[in-house]
Design a protein around this ligand. Sequence first.
Ligand SMILES: Cc1cc2nc3c(=O)[nH]c(=O)nc-3n(C[C@H](O)[C@H](O)[C@H](O)COP(=O)(O)OP(=O)(O)OC[C@H]3O[C@@H](n4cnc5c(N)ncnc54)[C@H](O)[C@@H]3O)c2cc1C
Ligand code: SF4
Ligand code: SF4
Length: 436
Amino acid sequence: MDTNKIKADALVVGGGIAGMQSALDLADQGYQVVLVEKNPSIGGKMIQLSKVFPTLDCCSCITTPKMSAVANHANIQTLTYCEVQSIDDADGHFVAQVLKKPRYVNEDDCTGCRQCEYVCPIDVQSAFDLNMVARRAIRVPFSTAVPQLAVLDMDNCILCGKCAKACPADAIDYTQTAQEIELKIDTVILATGFETTPINAKKEYGAGELHNVIDGLMMERLLAPTGPYARVLRPGDGKEPESIAYIQCAGSRDETLGVPYCSRVCCMYAIKQAMLIAGALPMADITIYYMDIRAFGKGYDQFYQNAQAMGIEFVKGKVAKITEDENQNPVVRVELIDEGSQVVERTHDMIVLSVGMVPHYNPEPVYEVEVGKYGFVKSPFPNISSTETIRSGIFATGAATAPMDIVDSITSASAAASGAAAHLESVQARNQGANL
Ligand SMILES: Cc1cc2nc3c(=O)[nH]c(=O)nc-3n(C[C@H](O)[C@H](O)[C@H](O)COP(=O)(O)OP(=O)(O)OC[C@H]3O[C@@H](n4cnc5c(N)ncnc54)[C@H](O)[C@@H]3O)c2cc1C
Ligand code: SF4
Ligand code: SF4
């Protein structure tokens, strides 16, 4: 295995909105930054979203310029499809070993032309579109991916050779192996983000088996202009839904799931999606079953009131169970709190579970930082919203530290970059002192 060595000031782990913001803040101050992302493209979860609450700006229009600013910044080196294996202290610096997974495509030669993708005969479910459509065994991850490079999925490839024959740049290399990269840096920012609570976690809600019960991220893809069907359709049978319901706290505030905390974004994204559906399907009935609506940020309560004024029905109720009828229509059994706690059954065409946020990655073994009871990176100073960790020089930001929305992720990313810059200044002062 080849080992490349890179010396920089800072390592940022995770190329979502938080990691990109931290990297840009440090790079703009003149620091050399290496950004390591485990996926083949940077962008994080935000690149999968449709529009953002509360402004309803197009998500891709915000994220894509950031991705390109990162890729084109002279002080940022982006390593995609890479994972940090270890991080050790060495002479007052950190030394990180990074594993670069094989793309089976030569990065210097690939132009992102997609000729390989068009000829590949193997269809695999697309994780980017939450398995609602297929992708090819070789593909450019998505239309605005950064970098625009193909990646071959060797687990599903049948080595038929069609892509290599079609590639005008002769970029495909079926024999490519993993590479090791050694980084010498002085500070690290962890921005490894979140996953949604799994759709199959709750058996009372169908355990992921019901045809037309989807989760909030799937609805984001259905509403996105680049989504799987370019419109909102039921994945079960392709029918346009006329009645759509949201179940709030479907993956949060639930001891049985091990997620007793509020995920903070689910009320707001459900309201946002309901408003977008009202625009896309003006004749559809939209209901949100909730226990409390937590509209906590600036302008969020007004956003909630706007949704009510648009005719979206908010029902204070506890959904005990979801089943489906013979036409694959989901049926909710709900206790209506404001109507004397009577229990009713209501049938909808489609249900969206407002799933919550859990940490994506446990950095404890590799980075020797501390994580809290629910797996989010813990600060020794939680009462002052610090981005510090227990390991000096290592900072944490964004949804890796707690459930948070985009505005808070960006604010915390800039705070982490300030902390990292202060740390770099102290390291430089110490080194200058040592050289006197
Ligand atoms: C359905 C839904 C809708 C939402 N809608 C909105 C909205 O409208 N407005 C809003 O403000 N917020 C919204 N949010 C919240 C928003 O998605 C988050 O606030 C934001 O994505 C957090 O950014 P992040 O960079 O911290 O994490 P992420 O976006 O999760 O990025 C983390 C990155 O780190 C990478 N990574 C993870 N582990 C490693 C590792 N070990 N090594 C290298 N890389 C790693 C991941 O691949 C990923 O690219 C929504 C969330 C959901 C679930
Ligand atoms: S691998 Fe070749 S065919 Fe595929 S996108 Fe890259 S240059 Fe185009
Ligand atoms: S070699 Fe693999 S990736 Fe290439 S076209 Fe054949 S199946 Fe697809």
